[in-house]
Write a protein that binds this ligand. Structure first.
Ligand SMILES: [Zn+2]
Length: 213
């Protein structure tokens, strides 16, 4: 173990001198517990930080991030480690979050890996089975003759992946029960990095619509 990279140390000092100083009381109160209203399932991508995009304060968002913002289907295979499912269970059953937002984004490397795997390009020992969660959606997109270029297929799969995660959320009984009891609602959003515009999945039209800034 070596010392922290200088960029992190100086960033921490900036945080202590600005944001922490402004929110010291909030941090003191939060030391006794959290009660976030919203869970976000986001990609690990460095450009898509949920707290930044939603302007959230400490304690407001319970966030789990993984490659391609995927929620796996409910599985109880004991030999697998279900990190995202554990976070989901904690958020819904212990914290009682009222909303879960699956947040995808443009230029997603995880989605690109899924498309690369379809061409038998090497993806990675752990990445390959993880992005294989997208394979059914991906194969449907690759068979769609109207999607003629790679960029269109990539965006389509980013959108489909969000919908898949929303579907998979429903495979967890505690999620389905909370929704039936109107204690929980699900949402999908997609963030366009270059323009900074957030798009919301409209379940009635089945389309992603930009949210007015
Ligand atoms: Zn991503």
């Amino acid at each position: 173990m070596t010392t922290l990279p200088p960029a992190l140390t100086s960033g921490y000092r900036r945080f202590r001198g600005t944001r922490y100083r402004e929110e010291a009381l909030r941090y003191t109160e939060l030391a006794d517990g959290q009660s976030p209203r919203t869970m976000i399932v986001a990609c690990a991508d460095s450009r898509v930080d949920p707290a930044t995009i939603f302007g959230a304060a400490p304690g407001e968002l319970f966030v789990v991030r993984n490659v391609a913002n995927l929620v796996p289907p409910c599985s109880t295979t004991p030999l697998d480690l279900h990190g995202t499912s554990a976070a989901l269970e904690f958020a819904v059953c212990q914290l009682g979050v009222r909303d879960i937002v699956v947040m995808g984004h443009g230029d997603c490397g995880g989605v690109a890996a899924s498309l690369a795997a379809a061409e038998n390009r090497p993806v990675g020992q752990f990445l390959a089975p993880w992005v294989d969660l997208l394979s059914h959606s991906r194969d449907g997109i690759l068979a769609d003759q109207s999607l003629t270029d790679q960029s269109a297929r990539q965006t389509a799969l980013e959108h489909e992946g969000i919908c898949l995660s929303l579907e998979n959320l429903m495979s967890f009984s505690f999620v389905a029960d909370a929704i039936a009891a109107q204690r929980l609602a699900l949402h999908g959003v997609w963030f366009a990095i270059g323009s900074g515009i957030l798009h919301w999945f409209n379940g009635e039209t089945g389309r992603f619509e930009s949210i007015e800034a």
